[in-house]
Design a protein around this ligand. Sequence first.
Ligand code: BG6
Length: 500
Amino acid sequence: MSSCRLVIFGATGDLVRRLLLPALYNLAATGLLPERCALIGVAREQQSSEAFRQSLLDALREHLSGRFDLQVATRLLASARYVRGDIDYPGTYANLAAALTAMEEHRVASANRLFYLALPPMTFATVVNNLARFDLTTEREGTGWRRVIVEKPFGVSLDSAMALNRALADTLGERQLYRIDHYLGKASVQNIQTLRFGNGIFEPIWNREYIDHVQITVAETVTAERRGRFYDATGALRDMVPNHLFQILAAVTMEPPSHFDARSVHEAKAAVLGAVRPGGYGERSDALVRGQYTAGAIDGVNVNAYRDTPYVASSSATETYVALNLRVDTPRWSEVPFYLRTGKALKRHRAEVAITFKRSPPMMFSEQQAERLTANVLVLEIAPEEGVGLRLNAKSPNPLLDIGGVNMKFQFRDYFDAVRAVGYEKLIHDCMSGDSTLFQSAEMVEAGWRAVAPFTDGWVGSGAQGPYPYPAGSQGPAEADALLARDGRAWRPLAEEDIA
Ligand code: BG6
């Protein structure tokens, strides 16, 4: 891939400054960007290309801190241009077309084009239609490729996601469309597949015969403080579950694809997401708990209640925490509970998958020893550390036959060179190389929304079920503990010091 014009819509936004730009910088620093890669930013603000370049430089300085190298940044931004314009206004696309033509005339006749839509989902169809109207996305012999990346959330419900898929398909081929979920850019999430399918020891026990239950946690300490408007209309369930948590769930539960190519992986993931059902005993409270943080303290810092967040209604019923009890109705997973939880303003930042295996038969141990035997737990750590841990039972050196729980642990940073990554690098690189394996297909997105529909349609809106309050800095609402206690189980503690 020798050249690429990267057009970023929403170029002055937070996502671009915090994540996308540092990722482009990291790719440039490691020589993974095409030789001739030029940026064009599109946004509403009035500014010159010079001022745009300067603001990108400032953003890199701020977000890369110690790692900033002016030479790399200058090389990346040297030919960056800015096109001011409203996305509803056809003139914007005419100006963009002129800027692209000017760039291409000065370099090569044909150049690949990547359009990155760092915009809210309700604008995707407008932008893509206008790009097509101005002939910016048509692929012809000798013109190079044209691809479009869209950010999450992809729709806000099954119906809106289906409508969006249809609207985009009017003007773009599915292989031109890259639906991003930055969790798929995380090495530890990608590693789930490698761990499962690259090690002969796991697949034979990766099923209902050996696994008691699975917990997937994405706990955040961050609050909704700076995103009140978006968050209050969205909530934890829509913001995190059909996308990030389901990407993890799909990696854990998918059947082995025949090849690791985009089509086989997408089909395997869509199939397993299509088998997700609410768990429990038929009551809605068995399968879903919603929470909302009240005032509290995280690591000694006072935090306001969610309802005191700017742009959040003082009587808001939006959940900032959600816990789900699910089943994956496939022969491999039949009746195995999958407990998922995610929330903001919690005690610790922790994202992990914990796979608890069935206990070994205890009869050869004395009653006292048998009580000390714990279930084996395989923990796939995603954040803040990336690694894998296994909880085992071992004999302590104590002369009395005592049994204790021990941990085997591996951390990525101990084995592989620390890679400077924000998570978008691999995704952007893969898109430029035409590999959509780590992106979401239309079927995957729709299967994700279909699986949460029983929770979003009626249940959440009814107001009958919470959100239950939990103090900022806690582990979430007590009702979420009850969700597992009913099955005789408990969540893994969020804080390291509380984990046995
Ligand atoms: C985003 C959500 O997609 O992911 C945010 O909109 C959330 O609410 C973020 O904080 C979490 O991403 P990460 O990589 O920090 O775990």
